[in-house]
Design a protein around this ligand. Structure first.
Ligand SMILES: O=C(O)CCC(=O)C(=O)O
Ligand SMILES: [Fe+2]
Length: 341
């Protein structure tokens, strides 16, 4: 893909223009991805806030340890996700994502504007207020699945709100500003837990390796918390200012190998806008394994902190016009699912 002379979204939406220009291979370099210790959060909050602010303004990508989600809960969520994806295809089609919603199952349906090809994955989105009896697998099909995912969703929300509270303070908002704007008791809640299965490449043809497990993109949300399995790598980032380089083959990417017990975090476009561009939403992608690497399936569990639909996004410095989180997200989802919203 070559860079287009006119930004496809006419500069009105810089995030979308950026996405459309970044699909090339690029090069790889090592960079330091900050690792932040969240232990003793209440007492150490000022120090943690400094570390998070530094990481989010400089890199936009960081990992946290001692984050409060038990390893046993992470393992159980991965095991339940694995059982879901092992269900027969025709069973999973019962839970298929409906146009206009951010819930349910999709199979190779997400086409990133950066690549124009479908990600080589299937995924299942859990957005609690939009879930119905038809979108959850029945208890008889997957015993304990719904309870496990509800628990994991809430554990991630708690962690996400701890991190967002630190950003709120630095931005000059109340400490609970983002918590109020991600209120799980509201019908407008739209934070999403996503289960992802990237297909095994064990029997793949050479040509299949030219595509992406997940094409280059920035996230639409405020903050993403990503759980990965050690040994199932492939995530790469292109932090901060580098991502603004125009010309698709010049970006320098950095591997973010999974670390046992760590949660990988990144700032999304919604928070970048809400912070008047002070917090950096960072390009990332999931590359195919090389032939000499582990070729089996890859599972990952991202949780997207997405402000409630009725939240109005505008930074303290009013750099951008106000927009509701509903309008903001609907536009990005449409850009990723071929206009089928
Ligand atoms: O699977 C991963 O490691 C990253 C997934 C991702 O970036 C996304 O779903 O937005
Ligand atoms: Fe992402």
């Amino acid at each position: 893909m070559s860079p287009s002379p006119v930004p496809p979204y006419g500069n009105a939406r810089p995030e979308l223009d950026r996405e459309a220009m970044i699909g090339g291979q690029g090069t790889c370099i090592t960079r330091d991805i900050p690792m932040i210790d969240l232990s003793d959060y209440d007492r150490r909050k000022p120090v943690i806030t400094d570390a998070l602010w530094d990481a989010a303004t400089r890199v936009g990508f960081f990992q946290v340890i001692n984050h409060g989600i038990d390893t046993a809960d992470v393992d159980a969520a991965f095991a339940a996700a694995g059982r879901f994806f092992e269900l027969p295809m025709e069973q999973k089609t019962h839970y298929a994502r409906r146009p206009g919603s951010n819930v349910g199952w999709e199979y190779r349906a997400q086409v990133r504007p950066s690549t124009g090809t479908p990600d080589n994955k299937e995924s299942y989105q859990i957005t609690l207020p939009q879930m119905g009896a038809d979108t959850w697998p029945a208890e008889s099909t997957l015993p304990g699945f719904q309870a496990r995912m509800r628990r994991f969703e809430r554990q991630n929300w708690v962690l996400g709100m701890k991190i967002l509270s630190c950003f709120a303070i630095r931005l000059g908002f109340d400490a609970d500003f983002f918590t109020c704007n991600h209120d799980p008791a509201s019908a407008q809640y739209q934070s999403t837990l996503r289960l992802i299965h990237y297909m095994s490449m064990e029997n793949a043809r050479d040509a299949d390796f030219e595509f992406w497990r997940a094409g280059a993109h920035s996230d639409f949300d405020c903050l993403t918390l990503l759980h990965q399995r050690p040994g199932q790598g492939g995530l790469q980032v292109c932090p901060g200012r580098d991502a603004d380089a125009r010309g698709t083959d010049t970006l320098a990417w950095t591997d973010v190998p999974p670390v046992a017990g760590a949660v990988t975090c990144n700032i999304g476009d919604m928070l970048m806008r809400w912070s008047d561009d002070r917090l950096k939403s960072t390009l990332h992608r999931v590359r195919m394994p090389r032939r000499d690497e582990y070729l089996g399936p890859r599972l990952s569990l991202p949780f997207f902190c997405q402000a409630n639909r009725d939240a109005v996004i505008q930074g303290p410095r009013k750099k951008y016009a106000p927009i509701t989180a509903r309008d903001y997200l609907d536009e990005r989802i449409r850009a990723n699912y071929g206009g089928r919203s």
